[in-house]
Every structure is written in C-alpha cells, then in structure tokens.
Design a protein. Structure first.
Length: 212
C-alpha cells in the first residue's frame, strides 16, 4: 500500500505517468518485500489465533515477546532476500522500445512482459520462490484453522462458538482475498496473464486487503 499509492497520487496530481528505471526497480523491490511480508505475517497471525484458542494456558509462553521478535526478524530477512533475488534478476534484463507499463505500479509480471531479453530464468524464479513464499504460510494457516475449527466445535455453548468464530472472521477474509489474487497473478502460467485481470487483482491485494 505505502509503496504504490503515494506514487499513484503524485501521478494523478501532476497528470504524469512516468517513473525512472531505477525508481521502478526500487518500487518493485519494496512492493515485493512488503507483499511477501504480509504473506508471512498472515501465517504468524493464524498461529497466534491457534495458540490463543487451542492452547490458551500456554499463550504467554508460546507467544512471549522474544518469540514475536524472532518471528518478525525471520519474516523480514526471508522476504528481503526473495525481493532482492527478483530485483537482481530484473536488473540484468534489457528493455527495448515501448516501455509503457500496463499497470498501476512496477510489478514483476508487467515488467517481464516488456523485456526483450530471455526471461525464462526470471519466470522460473518467480514460480519457484513464489510457490515457497505462498504455500509455506498458507500451509500454516490451513493447519492452524483445522485445529481451531476442531476446538471450537467442541465448545458446548452456541454463544461461545459464535464468539470464537467471530474473532477469526476478519483474518480469514483477508487470507482469501490476499492468497486468491496472489495465486492468480504470480503462479498462473505467463501466457494466461491479461492486463485487465492483473490490474483488478492488484487493486484487491494492494488497496482493499490493507484497508481490511
């Protein structure tokens, strides 16, 4: 959100839609860093809910401040390394004529479509790293909510079950929106991408999801 919206607002105000190549790479790097960081934090939030609902007596031990700091540092390092890999791979490509990005901001997929170099290495890296970044936290989310649902269903009172489910509703909404759009944009075959579909997906995971 903070890496794309300010530049979009400046472009609207100045009625200019240009960005230098270096600025484009910087925007892409930080967008991928914070996007992947959101991904990991959604997994950590699911684990936090699992501990709070399924193991409440151990919450203060399992989620003590040191553990939270270590999780945050690990997420930050992993996402920065992944973004740096894509940025370096993008910097080695050549861009010929017609450098009009058919997107709201500098993202990997529209930039790859503009390159006149061989982008096979970039596409393999995008799919491989993207799969690991998406499926790792998503697996943690699925496992956490499987235990959460199992625990909630054993709660005897209906009001207790409703209260427990309500605490997870907003998180699950963000999870569905984030992962649904991210999988469509980053893991679908390169040939299946269309500008309109990618732009709609981009609005969902850059504007709508952070607001939730």
């Amino acid at each position: 959100f903070s890496t794309t919206i300010p530049k979009m607002l400046v472009n609207i105000q100045r009625q200019s839609q240009t960005i230098p190549y270096g600025g484009c790479l910087v925007q892409m790097h930080f967008f991928m860093t914070f996007g992947a960081l959101d991904d990991f934090l959604l997994g950590v939030m699911a684990y936090d809910r699992y501990v709070a609902i399924c193991r409440p007596l151990h919450y203060s031990t399992l989620m003590r401040p040191l553990v939270c700091v270590l999780l945050l540092v690990a997420c930050w390092l992993l996402t920065n390394l992944a973004a740096l890999l894509h940025t370096l791979l993008m910097a080695r490509l050549s861009f010929c004529a017609g450098n009009n990005i058919h997107h709201f901001f500098c993202d990997v997929v529209p930039l790859l479509q503009l390159s006149c170099s061989d982008t096979s290495t970039n596409q393999v890296a995008l799919f491989t790293v993207g799969s690991m970044i998406l499926t790792g936290p998503l697996s943690l989310i699925i496992l956490s909510y499987a235990h959460i649902i199992s625990t909630i269903l054993r709660v005897p009172s209906a009001s207790g079950r409703q209260k427990a489910f309500s605490t997870c509703g907003s998180h699950l909404t963000v999870v569905f929106l984030f992962y649904g759009t991210a999988i469509v944009v980053y893991l679908c075959p390169h040939s299946s991408h269309s500008g309109d579909k990618d732009r709609v997906a981009a609005v969902l995971y850059t504007v709508v999801t952070p607001l939730l």
